[in-house]
Ligand binder design. Structure first.
Ligand code: AMP
Length: 401
């Protein structure tokens, strides 16, 4: 059974085709610059690369190009689009309605639309991806998998902000959290890998990539997470500021004669590692610059490390202890330097990093044998979760949590 996984952005479509019997990746591609000059589609199937340029006026034409690439006689992965049994869509914001993945219906699309104010950049694009698939593949079912769903188990004390209750009731102002598919996958996989009883476990998951978030997971359920009503809250990120006093917004707006929207844009796109270092949003560049004594890079990395350490401490306190700390995503999986800096001096918590084991980029325990708290690297696999949920839904089976 072949399942297509689609992550639709405002001008791009990232996709993977998975074979569900072998769990093998059959094709991976990116359609970019939709509705912009210089549109391009690049797909890899084994060592075959399909690379083409075309103007695509909308997402529907983007999906048509994707199918052209997937069914290409030489460089494609399937003979006909009928081989694709279903499409699993990554959708950013499910608000409070979606606690799990669902089959897309008109009602579900309406709900995704209703959540546009909460996810103004992503939800419209996700919806365009879904509607384009409906147009081009009218008989293929679509499943929506929400980035927020895993975090819906948080208790009120973790998801409510300290603002007048009317804003929660009227405007749904609360913490939602993101990267839920990743936190769900790695927290579960960590229990399997470590032989922990999931029903009796306390895990801190650190998803550290261009966007970063941490989650506290008790007995398989999320009880807190660092991102908020939008992905801006939490630790320092590639270009996002993470936590700050909201008065900073007003202060910059007044002093620089900027609108609130312009300051938010600055906090989302020009801050974080990029803004603090004045150099790059990419952690590899930051590490290189730190090695060469670049002051901006050094302080940017220190802010990031300090922020992650504070969340680990906070979540250990919130869960009355911790059994495992999981590192995942681009930085969490690949950057041993950052992991070492984060875990420095955590012996008081019972977590001791093994410097040699820490040199890995693969699924591995990186704590010492006598460390009470296990520290692990678990490569994330959001696509597999999306594909598994999609199959369960179209077969009418309950979704594995
Ligand atoms: P992500 O958003 O998960 O793709 O992660 C992007 C971040 O991970 C960037 O800051 C990269 O520096 C870092 N990263 C991704 N891949 C690698 C790698 N192979 N080695 C070191 N860092 C990496």
């Amino acid at each position: 059974m072949k399942i297509l996984i689609l992550n639709a952005g405002s001008s791009s479509l990232k996709y993977q085709l998975l074979d569900m019997e072998s769990k093998q990746l059959l094709a991976k591609g990116l359609v970019e610059r939709i509705a912009i000059e210089g549109g391009r589609i690049k797909q890899t199937v084994g060592d075959q690369v399909f690379d083409a340029t075309a103007f695509m006026k909308d997402h529907t034409e983007g999906i048509q190009w994707m199918l052209k690439a997937l069914t290409d006689p030489q460089k494609g992965a399937v003979k006909s689009m009928d081989e694709i049994v279903a499409v699993g869509h990554r959708v950013l914001h499910g608000g409070e309605r979606f606690t799990g993945s669902v089959l897309v219906t008109e009602d579900v699309k309406d709900a995704i639309r209703e959540n546009i104010p909460l996810g103004p950049l992503h939800n419209p694009a996700n919806l365009m991806g879904i509607e384009a698939c409906e147009r081009v593949m009218p008989t293929t079912p679509n499943v929506a998998v929400f980035d927020t769903a895993f975090h819906q188990t948080m208790p009120k004390k973790a998801y409510l902000y300290g603002v007048p209750m009317e804003y929660y009731k009227k405007l749904h102002v609360r913490r939602y959290g993101f990267h839920g598919t990743s936190h769900r996958y790695v927290s579960k996989r960590a229990c399997e890998f470590l032989g922990l009883d999931r029903a009796n476990s306390r895990i801190i998951t650190c998803h550290l990539g261009n966007g970063s978030s941490l989650a506290a997971v008790v007995n398989g359920k999320c009880v807190d997470t660092s991102m908020g009503i939008t992905p801006l809250e939490g630790v320092l990120m590639g270009t996002r500021s993470g936590n700050l006093d909201p008065a900073v917004v007003q202060y910059i707006a007044n002093n620089e004669n900027l609108s609130v929207d312009a300051v938010l844009d600055l906090l989302n796109k020009k801050s974080g590692l990029l803004g603090v270092s004045g150099l790059s949003s990419d952690m590899r560049d930051i590490d290189d610059a730190c090695d060469h004594g670049h002051e901006g890079a050094i302080i940017a990395r220190e802010i990031l490390v300090h922020g992650i350490r504070k969340y680990i401490g906070a979540y250990a306190a919130a869960m009355n202890g911790v059994d495992a700390i999981v590192f995942t995503a681009g930085i969490g999986e690949n950057n041993h330097t950052l992991r070492a800096l984060v875990m420095e001096g955590f012996e008081f918590l019972g977590a001791k990093l093994d410097p040699e084991k820490n040199m890995t980029r693969n699924e591995a325990v990186i704590s010492t044998d006598d460390s009470k708290v296990k520290i692990v690297v678990i490569p994330t696999n959001e696509e597999l979760v999306i594909a598994n949920d999609t199959v369960a839904i179209i077969e009418g089976r309950p979704i594995e949590d």
